[in-house]
Design a protein. Structure first.
Length: 265
């Protein structure tokens, strides 16, 4: 359950730090540009402008690529939660197909399982011990449910009744495993670090180009840097399940829990 290094810092602090570094890089680039301005001819200035455009184009490419990766992972986690809610609901319905003496205990275990999954969805990924405790509880409930399903199949080996419940239970277990796996899937940290590096280099290039011209371009540079930093913030926040401003909506599981006997919403 080891998390990437950047996960220890909040999205806001990373973005704010990155923005400050851009401004520092821009100022350093401007001073260097001013220093070499007198020894730079128009051809070099034109070439510098072309390089600046290339760096900004590379930055745009990386932003689009990284945003797409983080959005795909966010959507996958959202779909996985909905799939798990549907799988649990199906298992609850098909529990009524079991022999009568198994129905009550199975329904109670499924309610406890649903409650555990709702609670686990509110635990931060950095709370390793709490996550382990919930995973152990979920594994225990899955084992008990599977034992009941096997016993019911031995007593009434009907594919239409017990077989339908076993299929639903298997899908429920698979959905839980898939959702857990998606929680640990992030945009590779090396991609984020590359994005940050290109972002800082672009700030330096903007400052250097301004220094060569001898004039500061403050407002456009600040606006562009702020907008890019805002996009970076969205990328990081999307990539952080159970942390940050953008979160997967847990309502599917909560509505299912409220619809069960004794459930509260």
């Amino acid at each position: 359950m080891n998390q990437p290094m950047l996960y220890a810092f909040s999205s806001v602090s990373i973005t704010a730090g990155l923005f400050l570094l851009i401004m520092v890089g821009n100022e350093i680039g401007f001073r260097i540009g001013r220093f070499v301005q007198a020894r730079t001819d128009e051809e070099i200035k034109s070439l510098t402008g072309a390089i600046q455009a290339s760096v900004l184009g590379l930055l745009a490419l990386l932003l689009g690529f990284t945003f797409s990766m983080s959005m795909q992972r966010f959507d996958a986690r959202n779909h996985a939660l909905i799939s798990e809610a549907n799988a649990i609901g199906t298992a609850q319905l098909r529990a009524q197909l079991l022999p009568e003496r198994f129905q009550q205990e199975t329904s109670s275990l499924l309610e406890a399982y649903l409650e555990s999954r709702v609670a686990a969805g509110k635990v931060e990924l950095t709370a390793f011990e709490d996550r382990k405790a919930y995973n152990r509880e979920v594994a225990r409930l899955q084992a008990e449910l599977w034992t009941l399903a096997v016993n019911a199949a031995h007593e009434e080996p009907s594919p239409v009744k017990t077989g339908a419940f076993i299929n639903a239970l298997n899908e429920m277990i698979d959905a839980q495993g898939k959702r857990n796996a998606l929680l640990d899937m992030h945009v590779p940290e090396v991609v984020l670090l590359l994005l940050f590096t290109v972002f800082m280099c672009s700030g330096g290039m903007l400052g250097y180009s301004s220094g060569l011209s001898g004039r500061r371009i403050v407002a456009p540079t600040l606006m562009m840097s702020f907008l890019i930093a805002l996009i970076v913030f969205i990328i990081i926040d999307l990539d952080r399940p159970r942390r940050g401003l953008i979160q997967v909506d847990q309502r599917s599981l909560e509505v299912l829990q409220a619809s069960t006997p004794g459930g509260q919403f």
